[in-house]
Design a protein around this ligand. Structure first.
Ligand SMILES: N[C@@H](CCC(=O)N[C@@H](CS)C(=O)NCC(=O)O)C(=O)O
Length: 219
């Protein structure tokens, strides 16, 4: 059976959402981020991203990681693309061109959107703006995001989805990355097609199932 290493309050959420979309059974090992534990190196610390046992499997020391038979795979978007390719019906690529486009949108999410969206998650969404510097960083991140979000919004306004006119792993990957910036209402406000699409993605039963599991984990 597929094993997912990583708590749901992490980028493992992407993999778990996809597994629910695919009705794919999995076992979850709740490896937690080291920075969320007071003493990650203590002998009684829970399995975390600095635990020797975890590092032996995945030296990059980050979650999620999957074990899929003999394959050990890290990088959340590589994992979702792999699983969609392997198990996907409509959610995965139907030909090489779709495969390429799903990769294109996923890498765009990871490189053009995720770093600044994470800044917004960390400094804006959590209401931890403590210093004027933080407000400045959020404003700069939001300004940089306008261009890539417009690219996504324009595409969605014309096509409804990112690839193939249907919900695919590309939408899932992009929606999970844009979710980090979702708390910044003013940033997303002009992008009507994007907001409509994001709501539809997050209305999916498989997303809800993942989200409930996420909420049931300690913060
Ligand atoms: N690009 C990687 C990033 C993985 C990553 O940074 N994961 C975070 C949790 S969401 C983590 O494991 N951090 C470990 C730590 O800081 O100790 C991916 O998409 O999987």
């Amino acid at each position: 059976m597929l094993t997912i290493h990583g708590v749901t309050r992490s980028r493992a959420s992407r993999v778990i959402w996809l597994c629910h979309e695919l009705d794919l059974p999995f076992r979850q090992e709740p490896v937690i981020q080291a920075y969320r534990i007071a003493d990650a190196d203590a002998p009684d610390a829970p399995m975390n991203t600095r635990s020797p046992g975890f590092l032996a499997m995945s030296p990059a020391g980050a979650i999620p990681v999957i074990e899929d038979d003999a394959l050990v795979l890290s990088e959340s978007l590589a994992i979702t693309l792999h699983l969609a390719r392997k198990h996907g019906t409509d959610i995965g690529p139907q030909d090489y061109a779709e495969d390429a486009l799903m990769g294109q949108w996923s890498f765009y999410a990871a490189t053009a959107i995720e770093p600044d969206a994470l800044t917004i998650l960390m400094l804006h969404n959590r209401g931890t703006l403590q210093e004027a510097d933080d407000a400045g960083l959020v404003a700069e991140a939001a300004e940089r995001l306008v261009r890539p979000l417009k690219v996504v919004d324009d595409h969605l306004a014309e096509h409804g989805h990112l690839v193939g006119g249907r919900f695919t792993v590309a939408d899932l990957n992009m929606a999970e990355v844009i979710r980090y910036a979702q708390g910044h209402g003013a940033l997303l406000e002009p992008f009507v097609a994007l907001r409509t699409w994001l709501k539809a993605c997050q209305d999916r039963p498989a997303f809800h199932k993942m989200w409930q599991a996420r909420l049931s984990e300690p913060e």
